[in-house]
Design a binder for this molecule. Structure first.
Ligand code: ADP
Ligand code: ZN
Length: 431
């Protein structure tokens, strides 16, 4: 129903024309309505009237998360308060929360991109969707909610937490789709298995996002719940979830380029990188009214491809987020991402996907400790056997990270579970 073929399979020259028109009007709007952008353009000697093509995008200035914070709460809004109908705030994973505003048209656009996303995953009015993202300032819950209603699904606004009730409703209402963070999905999956109710559950599709997750985590979730799990990506500054979504090919996520123009840049130099190279993802929201951000630095690291997808869509695809430029840890001079640890642990049957990374410093030397939960069927009182497991994990992690972590084994179900975004890294160094 929301398979907008005309746009999603558009000829790329046509798309460029559409983007250019929209960019042109957006640049005028922000110049005229946002003093922050007017000042920036004037300082750089850019006349907004000269911007007529998307090809000129790389000549325009970036917007940073710090710009939103410096202009807290509404300084970057391009419309008067009377037109704002909703406020959200980013979850503040890294620092103080940032506020985002929506006009009615912005909310309609958000609902549209999520409806398009759910349609991409084959979700329709025959489905019952359990929304287990938190409802509130976080964009996950309400974003999923309106998108699901738009495709006509029966929506259960369950919100996060209360796992027992989640399972109860899943069973009683016959939920066919689950929407939550991948870490909560992993936990719900385990809970379903340990309650031995898999045969009473009708789930067939999961749409998970809001935090980085690996291909191995996808396999884990798909196998535990016997579903097909899709990746949805977004960030509140751009609109919320629904900036991009995986199609049935599960080979990268299609970006709704008719609304959000992506670029991949070198985070150090700001230079735009050639197709396929790993770098920082940058978005320009060309149709948003309340908060139309120009070249917003997401700090998320991934690759982009413009190759036509096997599904027929021509919309650009982004690879998985390998991490945020600010969640990269530098330990003893070596760069590492939590996602590398997840990849290793999920390849080993002896462990669960619940882990913690603790970085500290003794004297001048960084220390790296990784707490790993042992899978139930491998847990034993035999020290020798546990030592062998520990050795195996340490070896695999050392290979992946080029570092020698201290591995601590934790007994089954002892690691913390997360109902929203997982917090797995503790950096105790005072750098
Ligand atoms: P915060 O930056 O406070 O976490 P948001 O709630 O807006 O604010 O979260 C957006 C961020 O969440 C993205 O920039 C990205 O880092 C992460 N994210 C969202 N969806 C995904 C996804 N599917 N894969 C990886 N990371 C994601
Ligand atoms: Zn596709």
């Amino acid at each position: 129903m929301f398979w907008n073929k005309e746009i999603e399979c558009i000829n790329r020259d046509e798309l460029e024309k559409l983007q250019s028109q929209r960019l042109q009007s957006m640049v005028q709007r922000i110049y005229n309505n946002v003093p922050f952008y007017k000042k920036k353009f004037d300082e750089l000697g850019i006349n907004p009237k000269d911007i007529t093509s998307v090809k000129q995008l790389s000549s325009l200035p970036f917007t940073y998360k710090s710009d939103l914070r410096d202009n807290y709460p509404f300084g970057l809004c391009a419309v008067p308060q009377q037109q704002i109908v909703r406020l959200h705030a980013s979850s503040g994973t890294t620092g103080k929360a940032t506020v985002v505003a929506y006009t009615q048209n912005d909310l309609d656009l958000w609902t549209e991109v999520i409806a398009r996303s759910y349609t991409m995953a084959g979700i329709s009015n025959s489905d019952t969707m359990q929304v287990s993202y938190g409802y509130g300032l976080f964009t996950g819950g309400l974003g999923a909610h309106y998108g699901a209603e738009k495709v006509g699904a029966s929506v259960i606004p369950m919100s996060g937490g209360n796992t027992k009730k989640q399972l109860q409703l899943m069973e009683d209402f016959g939920s066919t789709v689950l929407a939550c963070t991948p870490s909560y999905a992993a936990f719900l999956g385990e809970s379903i298995v340990s309650a031995n109710i898999l045969d009473k559950i009708k789930l067939k599709i999961g749409v998970f996002g809001a935090e980085p997750w690996t291909e191995e985590m996808r396999q884990y979730i798909q196998n535990t719940m016997n579903i097909k799990a899709y990746n949805i990506y977004g960030l509140s500054e751009i609109i919320g979830p629904g900036v991009s979504m995986e199609c049935e090919c599960q080979n990268g996520s299609h970006i709704y380029e008719d609304h959000f123009i992506p670029e991949i840049i070198n985070p150090e130099t700001g230079e735009v990188l050639p197709e396929g190279e790993l770098g920082e993802l940058v978005f320009t929201a060309i149709t948003k009214e309340a908060l139309p951000l120009l070249r917003y630095r997401t700090r998320d690291l991934c690759t982009l491809t413009y190759e036509k997808c096997a599904c027929g869509r021509t919309l650009a695809r982004m690879g998985r987020i390998v991490g945020r430029s600010d969640d990269m840890l530098i330990v003893r001079g070596v760069n590492m991402f939590p996602s590398q640890v997840e990849t290793v642990l999920l390849e080993l049957p002896e462990t669960t996907p619940h882990y913690a990374i603790i970085v500290d410093r003794e004297g001048n030397l960084d220390t790296l400790e990784i707490h790993v939960e042992v899978a139930e069927q491998y847990w034993t009182d035999e020290m020798k056997q546990l030592d062998a497991i520990k050795k195996k994990i340490t070896h695999a992690l050392s290979n992946m990270l080029s570092l020698n972590p201290t591995v601590k084994l934790v007994e089954p179900n002892a690691m913390q579970r997360f109902e929203g975004k997982a917090q797995r890294v503790t950096d105790r160094r005072k750098l």
